[in-house]
Design a protein around this ligand. Structure first.
Ligand SMILES: [Zn+2]
Length: 461
């Protein structure tokens, strides 16, 4: 009897990220449907499954699909690298990003998300958490389905100020409910409750959103404390620091993933760890926006004390790339710099933070994050035949984090399907996507009255 959609995947080494962190040689993975069915000896699995399709070769290092825990999929993507770096971070957000978001048509949302997720897939990312600024969730869901990756989405959620999609508490909650309903039976995309956060949410909205997430056994995410200014605003308004304040409101817990929490003091660090609240850290964003991560950030300490942390790439205004391996390398360096007396190399922590550790922080440890029987078949094949990989190091994790690049990703399997092969997205016409993105960019900048070229004139001969 032949099994449906059966394939055997292999490489020279498999980094499983399972409980024992096993690294396997001469092994292969049997995939049936969207699941990992069996892990065994390469020759035996190939011989006993003669009809299976074979994915892999002896040049590949095999790792679990990567998890991006904080990513805006719309807005900035279509004007990437257009926002001048010399302006203040708040100006970049409110004079550039927010107006572009406000102008997004449903079609813009789909193109933007498809482009973001295609880029992500080619970097080995098979699960992306949208960070909470989606106007048309059904169009973003189309993007996930077109590329073939998994993730979590919500909808714009704020009830303070005059930004796009600002709504009443009930209006925001209703938008979130619609996304939960839309994704209820989806095999790979989950509905989350997403607020913008910062100081743009009322106490009532925050508490209702938290309850909504808990009632639906899903997660809540929002932004908090990326820069010192936000701490001052909270202190002035409430007399308390941001994390302390929301702790008093009773919203901390394992269902919550806070984007950033960079500017926290020791007592906030403790309360986050004790409440099992997770953090999504996007270190490139803090550096690009100059938000003080190296002076004030405590994310390495948070990880070393057992805090639930995952890594993200945030948005093009604050990072420009979906390169999670590069993000993990940066985080490894930040841990190295923090001199914490760790029990293993920082590279190993870093790989955990984009695989099994991220899955744990998102409450999805049973489903994704490692190569184990029964889990979703999200797997990345990295080509190690190039000169930068020679000679191979005894510790493949060390070499992967400190030496590899996302451009080494050759193929990606998500939900059991080969979605990237030889560095190309299989399900997409990448050229027509690029052309559409270019015309969308011109239209959006023109409509918003923004002209990046005035910041760096180019001479045309
Ligand atoms: Zn963000």
């Amino acid at each position: 009897m032949t099994e449906e959609n059966c394939s055997i995947l292999y490489g020279h080494t498999i980094i499983t990220m399972n409980e024992e962190r096993q690294v396997l040689k001469n092994a292969a993975i049997k995939i049936v449907g969207d699941r990992i069915k069996e892990i065994g000896t390469k020759e035996e699995l190939i011989l006993s499954n003669p009809e299976a399709s074979i994915i892999g070769n002896d040049n590949f290092l095999v790792i679990p699909g990567l998890i991006n825990a904080h990513q805006h999929l719309t807005g900035d993507r279509l004007i990437q690298s257009c926002i001048p770096s010399e302006i203040e971070d708040t100006e970049a957000i409110f004079d550039w990003s927010v107006p572009i978001h406000a102008l997004h048509s449903p079609d813009d949302d789909e193109i933007s998300a498809t482009l973001s997720l295609a880029e992500s897939a080619r970097c080995g990312i098979t699960f992306t958490v949208e960070a909470g600024t989606v106007a048309f969730p059904e169009m973003v869901l189309n993007g996930f389905e077109k590329v073939g990756v998994g993730g979590a989405i919500g909808s714009w959620g704020w009830d303070v100020g005059n930004g796009p999609y600002v709504d009443s508490v009930d209006g925001v909650i209703e938008r979130q409910l619609q996304v939960l309903e839309m994704t209820k039976n989806h095999s790979s995309v989950k509905g989350w409750v997403t607020l913008v956060g910062h100081n743009l949410m009322s106490d009532e909205l925050l508490q209702k959103a938290s309850n909504l997430a808990k009632e639906n056994s899903t997660n809540l995410t929002f932004h908090l404390s990326p820069h010192a200014g936000e701490v001052s605003q909270y202190l002035e308004k409430t007399g308390m620091r941001p994390v302390t304040y929301i702790s008093e409101l009773g919203v901390l817990g394992s269902h919550l993933l806070i984007g950033h929490a960079v500017h926290i003091d020791d007592s906030e660090l403790e309360v986050l760890i004790n409440s099992k609240t997770a953090i999504a850290s996007s270190p490139w964003a803090y550096l690009k926006l100059g938000q003080g991560i190296t002076k004030f950030g405590k994310h390495p300490e948070f990880v070393s004390k057992g805090g639930r942390l995952a890594l993200g790439c945030d948005t093009e205004n604050a990072g420009d790339t979906k390169d999670l391996l590069l993000t993990a390398r940066l985080f490894s360096g930040l841990m190295q710099e923090a001199k914490l007396g760790l029990d293993k190399p920082t590279a190993h922590y870093a790989l955990e933070l984009i695989t099994i550790g991220a899955a744990e922080a998102l409450g999805l440890k049973e489903e994704i994050g490692s190569i184990e029987t029964g889990k979703r078949a999200d797997i990345v094949l990295i080509d190690t035949s190039g000169p930068s990989w020679q000679p191979m190091a005894p510790d493949p994790v060390m070499q992967l984090i400190w030496g590899a690049s996302s451009s080494d990703v050759n193929s990606v399997v998500a939900g059991g399907k080969l979605i990237v092969e030889d560095k190309k997205c299989k399900n997409l016409d990448e050229l027509s996507l690029a052309n559409e993105a270019k015309s969308k960019q011109e239209k959006l900048l023109k409509s918003a009255g923004l002209d990046p070229s005035s910041y760096w004139p180019v001479t045309t001969y």
